[in-house]
Design a protein around this ligand. Structure first.
Ligand code: NAP
Length: 249
């Protein structure tokens, strides 16, 4: 029997859940539990970590998962590495549903950096008005550059105090538009944007807005991941589910 486990927390995972429900294919969508009120889903939902690779292997076996689809955010590197290892151990076919990374266009002024510490280091120098479009988890690292005035945008109000001395917080889960982000960057007189190369259209508005205003961007590259098969659209996942067993993937 088919039972698809979707590792989620992204719009792609929700789109896949909707497509599987529509096709009458049994699926469970898994959330890490970072967001307070994730949206309702047309498939079964579970919340919270599995307990490392061993916990995920056990879940795959106990729940008789036939297909594992990793549709986590491209920066959820630990979960993605666990998925590759657990799928191999449990002998469950595995596929990643990802968004292609963004590529700089001619008018973009990007400085590409490898990770959060490199992004922090890129902010050395005099005070500027900086938008950190990073989510809650990584902003405290920027306390090492306290000379700047920071603009933060989170999905939920933070549960713990933010360590940045000079900051302003906007709570908004989008969807974001180019017009809206242009207005925000102008209103806050932002001089520099820091963001992760998440890819996809939902988070791209701020980049187009930065390009329009000629603002520099510190772009954090995706973390390295183990080798895996990746597709970029839901139709390809449905096709794979129909054929993975035949191919012995
Ligand atoms: P991570 O560092 O790769 O994962 C840390 C641990 O969280 C994992 O080892 C796992 O715990 C648990 N976990 C992560 N995703 C899970 C899922 N979908 N279902 C069950 N457990 C999960 O991940 P992260 O960067 O903290 O991201 C957490 C979640 O937020 C992911 O679902 C991701 O899609 C979403 N998200 C992340 C970002 C980002 O920038 N990182 C942005 C938007 C959305 P165990 O080891 O106990 O299994």
């Amino acid at each position: 029997m088919t039972h698809v486990l979707i590792l989620g927390g992204t719009t792609e995972a929700s789109a896949l859940a909707a497509a599987l429900a529509h096709a009458g294919i049994a699926a469970t969508l898994s959330y890490a539990g970072r967001v307070a009120n994730p949206r309702a889903q047309p498939v079964a939902v579970r919340v919270g970590g599995f307990g490392g690779v061993a916990g995920l292997v056990e879940w795959l076996q106990v729940k008789r998962v036939s297909h594992l689809v990793d549709a986590t955010h491209p920066f959820a590197a630990q979960m993605s590495a666990h998925a590759v290892a657990a799928a191999a151990q449990a002998g469950v076919p595995h596929l990643a549903l990802t968004r292609p990374a963004w590529a700089a266009e001619t008018a973009d002024r990007w400085t590409r950096v490898a990770d959060i510490p490199a992004a922090v280091a890129a902010l050395a120098g005099g005070p500027r008005r900086v938008m950190l479009a990073l989510g809650r988890m990584h902003v405290d690292a920027f306390a090492a550059m306290p000379q700047h005035r920071y603009l933060l945008r989170f999905v939920d109000p933070p549960r713990t105090a933010i360590a940045l001395p000079g900051h302003r917080l906007v709570v908004d889960r989008g969807p974001f538009t180019v017009e809206g982000d242009l207005a925000l960057l102008r209103r806050e007189a932002i001089e520099l944007l820091v963001c992760k190369n998440a890819g996809g259209s939902g988070a791209q508005a701020k980049l187009i807005a930065a390009r329009t205003l000629g603002l520099p961007v510190v772009m954090i590259d995706r973390p390295p991941l183990p080798d895996r098969v990746e597709v970029h659209d839901v139709a390809a996942v449905l096709h794979w589910i129909g054929h993975a067993a035949d191919r012995g993937v």
